[in-house]
Write a protein that binds this ligand. Structure first.
Ligand SMILES: *Cc1c(COP(=O)(O)O)cnc(C)c1O
Length: 397
């Protein structure tokens, strides 16, 4: 019998990182602002911005820090209401709270994307910004979101932590809104253990974010951005010191060249497994929206017509067969289930999102898996559904 694939290990870091890390270890030059010119962090920022087609980039300690700084850099009034999807990672509402703003949760449909009717209703209220999480790399209708936010004159932040390599209408995700934020945490496309980066074309936003990230005194002069935008902020902004270390940048830079392969392989793997799952009457992988080219490293699918007990039995059957499935709404204390965000105080009732979370399954599907691994995962999931629901009836016989 085939062995269950290991879906947890990351890819090795490219060999090229070693020489640079050795050089940094011998010189002790780990802080981005020590050297007078191009530090590894500054080089990463320049390369990332160029690759994405953005004017400016700022590397920081995490995507959460990038989201927090983006909100701060927008200079929103204290307590400002910020729309966020109700299906996201707990770090996202946390970043909003950290920035002294109030998250307003928007319903998410059973295709894992923002429910546009609820978005329009809530946008009509007292809202000062929109933060869209492209959760698990699923892109909501960005044309409609940007048009509606534009019409109201409020900025859109993209949480593209898990969406690097995704395109919408052929454009890079993270370049659609006023600012885009990415993660270098180990489960994302680029792995430095921890880290994040924000990109924007807005010179004033980047100037404010650079200072607040911890470019104290005149360290902002080491950023290749429009320097006339810094003078007026000197000494007027808090320094939150959430910078990236040169070591992390040295680990990320050689991975940039790997992105096209990781994206292509991830999409191929996902679509191959999705086609098999969609052959089961009990499993449904919602299709992407037409303008979307995805870059998945996991697969989400809904269970069709299963009770809660059957859903639990399915997850157990899949595990017995060697494939770990997480049902977002059923695994205890799941950080992606909005009712667990008790730090928000009042949590609204969001029936559509709740219903989706109770049937939506999550399985890792790293880009490095081969066809035998994919067949193992896909056939185990289909068989697990049959373990619980019985073999599908063969109609017409
Ligand atoms: C991972 C993730 C984050 C948080 O990223 P960190 O770098 O760990 O702060 C935020 N949003 C989404 C959608 C994520 O997947």
């Amino acid at each position: 019998m085939a062995l269950a694939p290991n879906v947890y290990d990351a890819e090795p870091i490219p060999e090229a990182a070693r020489a640079e890390i050795d050089r940094l270890l011998s010189s002790g030059d780990l802080f981005r602002y020590t050297s007078p010119d191009a530090s590894p962090v500054a080089l990463l920022e320049a390369e990332f911005a160029k690759m994405m087609g953005a004017r400016y980039a700022l590397a920081v300690a995490s995507c959460s820090a990038a989201l927090f700084l983006s909100l701060k850099a927008l200079d929103l009034p204290r307590g400002a209401n910020v729309l966020i999807p109700a299906f996201t990672f707990a770090a996202v509402p946390s970043a909003v709270v950290h920035a002294d703003c109030t998250p307003v949760l928007v319903e998410v449909g059973d295709n894992y994307r923002v429910d546009m009717a609820d978005f329009e209703t809530k946008l009509a209220g007292d809202v000062q910004a929109v933060l869209i999480s492209h959760m698990r790399g699923h892109t909501s209708d960005m044309d409609a979101i940007l048009r509606l936010a534009d019409a109201k004159g409020i900025p859109v932040i993209e949480d593209a932590a898990h969406s690097l390599g995704t395109r919408w209408q052929g454009r890079n995700i993270g370049t659609l809104g006023r600012v885009g934020c990415f993660s270098f945490q180990s489960y994302k496309l680029l792995n430095a253990g921890e880290g994040g980066i924000l990109i924007t074309d807005d010179p004033d936003l980047i100037a404010r974010a650079v200072i607040m990230s911890g470019a104290y005194e005149h360290n902002w002069k080491k950023h290749p951005v429009l320097h006339d935008h810094f003078g007026r902020w000197q000494n007027r902004l808090p320094l939150y010191n959430t910078r990236l270390s040169n070591l992390s940048a040295a680990i990320i830079r050689p991975q940039l060249a790997e992105i096209p392969r990781r994206v292509a392989d991830g999409r191929r793997n996902h679509d191959y497994v999705a086609a098999i799952l969609n052959g089961s009457p009990w499993l449904d992988v919602p299709p992407p929206l037409p303008p979307e080219d995805r870059a998945p490293d996991s697969i989400q699918f809904n269970l069709i017509g299963l009770t809660e007990a059957e859903t639990r039995a399915f997850a157990q059957a899949a595990e017995t067969r060697g494939v770990k499935v997480q049902v977002f709404g059923l695994s205890e204390d799941n950080a992606r289930a909005f009712w667990n965000w008790k730090f928000l105080g009042n949590i609204p009732d969001l029936p559509r999102t709740r219903e989706m979370l109770m049937k939506a399954c999550d399985t890792r599907l790293p880009a490095r898996l081969g066809k035998a691994d994919l067949d193992f995962i896909a056939t185990s999931l289909v068989a697990a559904a049959e373990d619980v629901m019985g073999a599908p009836r063969a109609y017409g016989t």
